[in-house]
Design a protein around this ligand. Sequence first.
Ligand code: ZN
Length: 239
Amino acid sequence: MESSNFFPVPSKALVITPHPDDSELGCGGTVATWIKQGAEVVYLLCTNGDKGSSDPDMTSPKLAELRKIEQQKAAEILGVLAVVRLDYPDGSLEDTPLFRGQLVEAIRRYQPDVALFTDPLRTGFYLHRDHRIAGTVALDALFPYARDRLHYPEQESEGILPHKTPEALMWGSESPDTYIDITESIDKKIEALAAHESQVPSGEESNALADLIKITAARVGDRCGYKYAEGFRRISFSI
Ligand SMILES: [Zn+2]
């Protein structure tokens, strides 16, 4: 069994999520657990998820509207304080100064103790482009851009001050080293995922999804001694 590499409950966490539903899948249990223990959590949602449907009657504007409502509902179930939307079209994230500046602004505005996002490094299987780019840009935004006042100096003149975020936790990692006990919050995670009705099966099949979530969380839990857990790769920014 691996050590759980204890991670303290933060005062403030910022979740940077590429699409609606990624954060529930990646860290919904952790978010619910921390909020129950007094943490303040804000979501930064990068895209509107407007390509995620195979329904022949669906359109991108309709899907974006649906997913906005679904994400808001999921966040409310978990107790998330706010969902800030950048509203990029699904599949359009690029590593640009604009996108990096938007992440820097969110980090400086919310001053989190920890940021959570997708691990951009994968070698074993392919990763959605938006996940890879959101993860890469999040890392860059945290260090050194949000820290250094001369990056995006116009933010400082608007009263949005530089911030050093001490920790990052990345979900979807091939090499997790930090585990959060989500035994008490697994049902909230499943409930929040179910709010993404356009993405998850309904009726009988929703039970299969709930079972799959539990099996996956139990498998992660086996590695660290918890009944159910979520695993992350951790980066500590010491300077
Ligand atoms: Zn996604």
